[in-house]
Design a protein around this ligand. Structure first.
Ligand SMILES: [Fe+2]
Length: 135
């Protein structure tokens, strides 16, 4: 699995949102890079916790901006954010009980899931609000 590469196709606001997305890509790429090399579940959880801290901040910011610009799909969009957070909590819970035996398997799956989620979310869902940002 390749890492996520930032490109102009991912640009949403030429500002804070893009910077936060770049940070998310950086953290997910770190996870992808490490996914076969974690020596304990705690190491994987550490990266996921960092991602959670970022997404908490980023989703709040993005939703605030959406409300300001009266984005009509605000509620639907927020539900997707909630779903990712729940998913992250579930993965972390799973990692906490593995004691290491399925660590690589879970990490491979998680890397794939996070990459797919983020790229799809930016390209499809965040992109839908791009015209409103540029107004
Ligand atoms: Fe979003």
């Amino acid at each position: 699995m390749e890492m996520i590469t930032w490109s102009n196709d991912l640009v949403i606001d030429n500002g804070l949102i893009d910077n936060q997305h770049k940070m998310a890509i950086y953290i997910i790429n770190r996870f992808i890079e490490m996914r076969r090399h974690f020596r304990s579940p705690a190491q994987a959880i550490e990266i996921l916790d960092t991602l959670k801290t970022l997404t908490k901040y980023h989703f709040t910011y993005e939703e605030e901006v959406q409300r300001k610009i009266n984005y009509p799909l605000c509620d639907q969009h927020s539900k997707m954010h909630v779903k990712l957070n729940k998913q992250l909590d579930q993965i972390i819970a799973k990692l906490k009980i593995t004691k290491g035996e399925n660590l690589t398997e879970i990490s491979m799956e998680t890397g794939k899931y996070l990459k797919r989620w983020l790229v799809n979310h930016i390209l499809v869902h965040d992109m839908e609000m791009k015209p409103l940002y540029s107004k």
